[in-house]
Design a protein. Structure first.
Length: 114
């Protein structure tokens, strides 16, 4: 079940703290941070906000194209910076899903490419 996506403003202490010159991902204070909240109670969910919720929110926004392309590019770079192995993780999930499918059921990946 998918959670609710919320867009959070960049915290004030992050706005000038991270930039490309120090080897960290450059934070753009003008682009809000999406997070996927698993709980309908936003206040409770936000009190437990973590990086996985942010990455999940970014991946959903990218997948569903919920924002303009500039933001999608930014979120893609953010996810790749935080989880450089994300493509291998996604492939591993796809492989496991394909191993659990019915023998005559086509793979979603193969069906999308065909």
């Amino acid at each position: 079940m998918k959670g609710q996506i919320v867009f959070l403003p960049v915290p004030e202490n992050f706005k000038n703290q991270y930039n490309a010159s120090d080897g960290t991902f450059p934070i753009d204070p003008n682009i809000p941070i999406p997070a996927e909240l698993p709980d309908k109670n936003q206040e409770a969910a936000l009190s437990g906000l973590n990086m996985e919720m942010i990455i999940s929110g970014m991946l959903r926004v990218i997948e569903e194209k919920l924002v303009k392309q500039e933001w999608i590019d930014y979120y893609s770079g953010f996810v790749l910076f935080m989880r450089p192995d994300i493509l291998e993780i996604c492939q591993s999930f796809e492989d496991r899903k394909n191993n659990n499918r019915e023998p005559n059921e086509p793979s979603r990946t193969r069906a999308a490419v065909s």
